[in-house]
Design a binder for this molecule. Structure first.
Ligand code: FEO
Length: 615
């Protein structure tokens, strides 16, 4: 039975999913399956964009027949001749004998090579157009993204880019069709990266050329041949393509790939990873004999620093490591710093050979010293691994460099009072878990980007609201206005939602579309958001979140931290005569005593002793 999905009034997805495929292209495991996308447009003329792989041909043909109804198919546009998208061409031609093939000259050559037929087609070139009634399609050549005949098609009527292999991802669609229906960053970005790096990673220049052409178009939606259709936050994937295509890493961190026969090379890699983590450097590790190469190649595209550790085998590099390195070189990896660990019980050669292979890639900088192990790590090599970790740390552009010579001067130069000069707003942050509502006061909310509309907040982990957001991934911000009284801060701050009901006695029960309460009194606007990423910063978690709803309540000025201090926060009472006191600079709580314990925590606002000053 047909299984189609509507995209717009006149565009329908008629593709199919395959979850039985073991190896895509015979090389890449696809544990989450793969989708083969085909799109049918119903205008005055009907147009089918590409077909599918033969394994899902039956479902596809049912889908096309169902979506066409009693109409005939007028055009079949072939953008890419790789058989995972072209296997059903002959069936379409047989079923719809009046259909006209539309493709470029190179594609027609490939069609006839693959089918052995001598098919006629309407040949298009760069910037040629096809009008089908309401819609006008513009053909844009995209050679080597991923084969030489590839072209993409832009619908200037509905501003849709049919992007062929570009912007695709591994993974079956599982009932969804649009990227905004799933948590793409969390659940699919790794697969999008693996798809990109392995399928078109070699062709960065050609992807750049396509991005440049696409940049000149007003694109509202992207319809790729694999994976989800993009109708929101297009820039989140496009920005990744920009980085990937110029071989720039996404994140500072170290990918360690090792090949170990009896665990000693692995031991060296583990020790290095531990030393790096102690420096606060992110690490990922792969045993190249276990992890599919496609995953390691994707990781190499993600991380800034690569470490390869290999035992020597048959006087060369261990087999699985050698295959991985050849694959990486073939995929054109560039712009990375690399460190090498070798092992050899009698004649270690793997380190030099690894350097030789990767030395063929552009802009690869090696950490000078190879750590060379004889059979197993000894004390001297333990020190060498520490030195390697130091060298890796020093190669990071943005890490805090340890400079023992002037460390104390730098420490002395940090005056935390400078932080109070930053301009902060004040917000009631609310969340909901089941039937439980909660809220707290925060002062760190910032708009990060306009498109997509994204904000960040930093939340103390001690807050119950933090636990709720970690669990549910959603929150509301009520932006407080200058009229906010101190009672709002008493209501939502100064005590914990773990053991009190923050909304007790709070009159109204207003909620946004996400079901979360908000504070309308004394707030000038409300923002609902859904977490896309979170970062652990010790005492706090920083949440990046996409705005899902927002509205303005009044034009009253937003409350700043400074205004709160000057006008709202009660002035601290002087300590009783003869007694010393320390006042919390955050909430005004007064600790009476001659000295303040270093580990003292303000019982009201939970700030530490660093935020107290002597009265
Ligand atoms: Fe999915 Fe290059 O084909």
């Amino acid at each position: 039975m047909y299984c189609t999905k509507k995209i717009t009034n006149d565009l329908t997805w008629v593709g199919a999913n395959d979850r039985r495929l073991a190896m895509f292209e015979g090389v890449y495991s696809v544990p989450g399956g793969v989708s083969y996308n085909s799109y049918l447009l119903m205008d005055e003329k009907t147009v089918l964009f590409d077909t599918v792989e033969k394994a899902v041909q039956r479902r596809f043909l049912e889908n096309v027949a169902s979506a066409l109804g009693d109409r005939q198919l007028d055009f079949l546009v072939i953008q890419h001749m790789e058989p995972d998208h072209s296997a059903a061409i002959e069936d379409i031609l047989v079923r719809y004998p009046n259909v006209k093939l539309v493709c470029n000259a190179k594609t027609l050559t490939f069609i006839n090579q693959f089918t052995g037929l001598n098919i006629d087609a309407h040949i298009v070139k760069e910037n040629d157009t096809l009008n089908t009634g309401r819609h006008t399609f513009h053909f844009v050549m995209a050679p080597m993204v991923h084969w030489p005949e590839v072209m993409v098609t832009y619908d200037s009527t509905d501003k849709i880019l049919f992007s062929a292999d570009a912007f695709g991802t591994f993974g079956a669609l599982n009932g969804a069709l649009f990227a905004d229906e799933v948590d793409f960053n969390k659940d699919y970005m790794d697969e999008a990266r693996r798809y990109y790096s392995n399928i078109v990673g070699k062709y960065g220049n050609q992807v750049q050329a396509l991005l440049k052409k696409a940049g000149a178009l007003d694109i509202k939606m992207i319809c790729p041949l694999h994976g989800f259709v993009w109708r929101e936050n297009l820039s989140s994937l496009i920005s990744k393509y920009v980085l990937w295509s110029v071989y720039q890493p996404e994140e500072n961190g170290v990918m360690i790939a090792y090949a170990s026969v009896y665990g000693n090379t692995e031991n060296a890699a583990e020790i290095l990873a531990c030393r790096l983590r102690e420096k606060g450097i992110k690490t990922v590790m792969f045993d190249v004999s276990v992890t599919p190469a496609s995953e390691i190649i994707a990781a190499a595209f993600r991380w800034s620093f690569l470490v390869f550790a290999s035992t020597t085998y048959n006087a060369g590099i261990f087999i699985s490591m050698e295959a991985l390195l050849d694959d990486l070189v073939a995929h054109n990896i560039q712009n990375r710093t690399v460190a090498v660990i070798e092992n050899g019980s009698w004649a270690a050669t793997s380190g030099g050979l690894i350097r030789e292979k990767l030395g063929k890639c552009k802009n690869i900088n090696f950490i000078e010293q190879t750590v060379s192990i004889k059979s197993s790590v000894n004390k001297a090599q333990l020190s060498e691994l520490k030195v390697m970790a130091d060298a890796i740390e020093n190669s990071f552009p943005n890490t805090t460099k340890k400079d023992e010579g002037n460390k104390s001067d730098r420490t002395a130069s940090v005056d935390t009072n400078a932080m109070f000069k930053l301009s902060y707003g004040l917000f009631v942050l609310t969340a909901k878990d089941g039937t439980k509502d909660n809220g707290c006061i925060i002062n760190t909310a910032t708009q990060i980007t306009a498109s997509p509309l994204r904000i960040s907040i930093a939340v103390n982990k001690a807050n119950f609201t933090h636990a709720m957001i970690i669990k549910t991934g959603e929150f509301n911000l009520s932006v407080l206005a200058e009229s906010a009284p101190f009672s709002i801060f008493e209501q939502f701050g100064f005590h914990s939602g773990f053991n009190t009901d923050k909304f007790a006695g709070y009159g109204n029960n207003e909620r946004t579309v996400n079901g979360i309460r908000y504070v309308s009194e004394f707030a000038n606007s409300i923002i609902s958001a859904k977490v896309s990423e979170s970062y652990d910063y010790g005492s706090h978690t920083v949440f990046m979140a996409d705005v899902t709803q927002s509205f303005v309540l009044s034009n009253e000025p937003s409350l700043t931290y400074q205004y709160y201090f000057n006008n709202i926060k009660p002035k601290p009472q002087p300590p009783q005569e003869g007694k010393k006191g320390f006042v919390c600079k955050i909430c005004g709580y007064v600790f009476e005593g001659n000295s303040l314990p270093d580990d003292f925590i303000c019982p009201l606002c939970k700030h530490g002793s660093a935020d107290f000053e002597m009265q």
